[in-house]
Ligand binder design. Structure first.
Ligand code: ZN
Ligand code: ZN
Length: 416
């Protein structure tokens, strides 16, 4: 029977988040966004941050129950209402150079009884208001990181047969997936990030025109943006602060070309979206656009997601993840993108990252659009990789027979 995390366990995880995740500098304020159920972890993070010299730990709390009450009981037509001043506060904190740590871990089905249109309306309004702030994060101009703390509902979803042991089991799974259970987690992370950097450097060097994914239900050709740049777990701010935006991170990723994606792709893992699950879904792309989408469960949520704006039907990220990462090896399905996206190769609908095109952070919107970088209010990853997936790097037009192909992954594992 697993034990609940001790203060020592939480402190090790908090230290990883502070020293590797946001790599907090002495004198830098830390903004923490956290659900109420994560309070013990937030306390450990605050201790770690103050020990590292933070002048202030600035916490924005969220409450899953309060969100449920709102989406079920607030009057119709009020779902564009936003917390007063929050978007402005985020921008101000980013301009000043604060570091940002987000803690996820809500019940993936917390909002399953709410009208998806209410949630979509709210998310679009929040996303729009936060666009100036998000530009900082997307361009690596601030240090930011995402970690997790289980809510009871999330833990029950992942371990439905574990009864009241579910949260403790999920904590252990999180510590294993994030290497927080190693003897020297910080050293383990440095070694791991170096291996991801090596893969990214190989891909960067080859300058492929496209990637070709083949697996059950999938035959997808993903053209890469002009000036595309392969990135991996470690990112660096203009001031030289090297942070790890997602813990765990197992991916190497880049920007697809918004107009050069063709074929069919089947998701290999359900997608948790706004408190709903989208399961067994498939998209067909033509000229970059998802022209057809079908889901065994969650069709309406998928349709609404695709209707967010023009860019929501196009890809903004393509990522390669080995099928033998510690997250796949015997680990559960987490029903949380932070973990599941690191368990499998994936693509994202919506916004492309400017740091995934060379010169992107400083180029105009028109320039990066001309290179094929997608623009949208959303960025939603979904998993396509599995131990049955083969991936080739393609030079030339992937729709033509005279294109040349380099095997990158076979049966879900890197062969480079
Ligand atoms: Zn990704
Ligand atoms: Zn992504």
């Amino acid at each position: 029977m697993p034990d609940a995390p001790t203060d020592t366990d939480l402190r090790r995880y908090a230290d990883l988040a502070v020293h590797v995740g946001v790599a907090l500098r002495e004198g830098q304020r830390l903004v923490v966004r956290a659900p109420l159920h994560a309070a013990p972890l937030v306390h450990a993070v605050a201790r770690s941050a103050y020990a590292a010299g933070a002048p202030y730990v600035d916490v924005d709390w969220s409450d899953e129950t309060l969100a449920q009450i709102r989406f079920l009981e607030a009057p119709e037509g009020t779902f564009e209402e936003l917390p007063y001043g929050q978007a402005e506060a985020n921008l101000g904190r980013a301009e000043r150079g604060d570091a940002f740590l987000s803690i996820t871990g809500e019940d993936p089905e917390a909002l399953k009884d709410a009208d998806p249109e209410r949630i979509a309306t709210f998310r679009a309004a929040a996303s729009k208001a936060n666009k100036p702030y998000r530009a900082y994060a997307m361009a690596d101009r601030i240090a930011w990181s995402v970690i997790a703390a289980p809510s009871p509902g999330w833990a029950r979803k992942v371990f439905p047969d574990a009864g009241e042991d579910a949260p403790a089991r999920l904590w252990q799974a999180i510590f294993a997936a994030t290497r927080a259970d190693r003897d020297d987690p910080v050293a383990a992370w440095r070694e791991h990030v170096a291996e991801l950097d090596r893969r990214a450097a190989f891909l960067e060097d080859r300058r492929f025109d496209a990637l070709h994914f083949r697996g059950p239900g999938t035959d997808l050709r993903v053209g890469l943006a002009e000036q595309h740049r392969w990135a991996s777990g470690g990112s660096t701010t203009p001031e030289g602060q090297t942070f790890v935006a997602n813990m765990p991170t197992e991916e190497v990723f880049t920007a697809p070309h918004a107009e050069r994606v063709n074929g069919t792709v089947r998701a290999s893992v359900p997608l948790s979206q706004g408190g709903h699950l989208i399961e067994d879904f498939e998209l067909r792309f033509e000229g970059g656009v998802a022209v057809a989408a079908s889901a065994a469960k969650g069709q309406e949520v998928l349709d609404r997601l695709l209707e967010t704006d023009d860019g929501a039907r196009r890809l903004g990220e393509v990522a390669l993840v080995s099928a033998d990462s510690p997250i796949r090896d015997g680990a559960p399905l987490f029903y949380n993108t932070l973990f599941d996206e690191n368990a499998a190769s994936h693509v994202a609908l919506g916004q492309g990252y400017r740091f995934c095109v060379h010169g992107g952070p400083d180029a105009s919107d028109e320039t990066v659009a001309g290179w094929g970088l997608n623009d949208s209010l959303i960025h939603v990853d979904f998993m396509i990789g599995s131990a049955a997936m083969d991936v080739d790097g393609v030079h030339g037009d992937p729709e033509r027979d005279d294109a040349t192909r380099t095997p990158l992954m076979r049966e879900g594992r890197f062969v480079i």
